[in-house]
Design a protein around this ligand. Structure first.
Ligand code: G3P
Length: 227
């Protein structure tokens, strides 16, 4: 399973890229607004730090302008995935950009029917928003199960299921069990995945016992061999 981080904050991206666990980045207009930076600058900087797909979203709603914006965003770097909303014009733009060899991430997906359309339109990624479905009393994870099951029936579909609007580690674990290809995580959720209280407790115990031995792995008193 690939992990993307859902942010346009360079400090967070650099920090998480250091873990070696980051496969890509997703942004959206709200995250760009939060960064306070120009989209072209911030996407270029992210693409230099993270070699995997970096989603940059168009802001227009009509096909012609979306296509022009998508081409401009795709010119920033080869790893840009142009993000378009799941509308008629968005899918038409997806098809056009995919035919030009661009990666497209179709976003704001809330139904399996929409996910079928995105695959037919040649999307590299479909982004179902699980947290926002949960927020309105629907089961976001049910949608992931449905889409994964449908895509499995059609090996010609090359679209990857990118679980978005993730709110907690259980969304990630459930997505992995279902075989979703990617999860895009807020930095806080990615960090949460590392933690377990028994890991902290176990490590504290090992360190206390080790201290009692007085040993050092790097300085065991033996003469240093010449290199
Ligand atoms: O970037 C798309 C998605 O992950 C947004 O999540 O938390 O705003 O519902 P959220």
């Amino acid at each position: 399973m690939k992990f993307f981080v859902d942010t346009a904050d360079m400090t967070e991206i650099r920090d998480l890229a250091e873990t070696g666990l980051l496969d890509g980045v997703t942004t959206n207009p709200s995250l760009i607004a939060k960064s306070g930076r120009r989209i072209l600058d911030v996407i270029a900087e992210i693409c230099e730090v993270v070699p995997g797909p970096v989603s940059a979203e168009v802001a227009a709603t009509d096909h012609a302008t979306m296509l022009a914006e998508g081409r401009r965003l795709a010119k920033i770097a080869p790893n840009v995935a142009v993000k378009v909303p799941l509308t008629r014009d968005g899918l038409r733009t997806c098809r056009a950009l995919a035919d030009e060899g661009r990666m497209v991430n179709v976003t704001l997906c809330f139904s399996a029917a929409q996910a079928i359309l995105a695959a037919k339109a040649g999307a590299a990624f479909i982004s179902p928003f699980v947290g926002r479905l949960d927020d309105v009393g629907q089961d976001g994870m049910m949608l992931i199960a449905e889409i994964v099951e449908i895509y499995r029936q059609y090996p010609a579909f090359e679209t990857e299921v990118l679980v978005a609007s993730v709110r907690h580690p259980q969304h990630v674990v459930e997505s992995a069990k279902m075989g979703a290809h990617v999860a895009t995580l807020p930095p806080s959720v990615l960090r949460q995945l590392f933690n377990h209280p028994l890991t902290d407790k176990g490590l504290a115990g090992f360190l206390a016992d080790w201290k009692g031995t007085g040993q050092s792995i790097l300085d065991d008193g033996a003469p240093v061999a010449a290199e």
